[in-house]
Design a protein. Sequence first.
Length: 202
Amino acid sequence: MSETTPSEDISKPFISFWWAFYVLFAIGYPLFAMLTETEEPPHLGQVAPFVLTKQDGEPMHFGNDDRPVIANFIYTRCPDICPLLTAKMAELQKRIPASDALLISISVDPNYDTPAILHQYGTQFDADFSRWHFLTGEEKQTRAVVESFQTIFEQVQTEGSDTPNILHSEQFILVDQFGEIRGFFDDSPQGLNDLMQAVDAL
């Protein structure tokens, strides 16, 4: 059996372990960061500063807080969707730290929903009134505020019923600390998760 001569020996290419690790890190980490980075929510319009009355009878000056705002629209005589929406807001109150967002629920039945009625209503949902405000005002003023959030409300006449039927938005609206609308979110589990991710991205 013949021996292999040095000239016949073919050396194999060699790449150090650390060099391979560096290449994988340099390529993989930016890709991972790009895939996991939270996308910044869009800019969808400006909410004009306003003043409405809180459940304690004190004025709330929108735009004086440096936290993002999550807003929704309810009325206390609503027999169906509003209690569900308020329960979802109560869920957000538990899941989002107070330092991350201010919560506001604006009544679309301002002629009936006095501060005292709103206080009683919010208490039923364990509202933390230090960071979740229930707001009311004069009807003309309230309509202007609701329109500033790029939505409307309208009362529909219902024969034989003392309970008003008020059509209004069922979405949660995220407004950043500069008063810009950054998203409209459904009350579904996915919608609430998307809302929380948008809050984190601000």
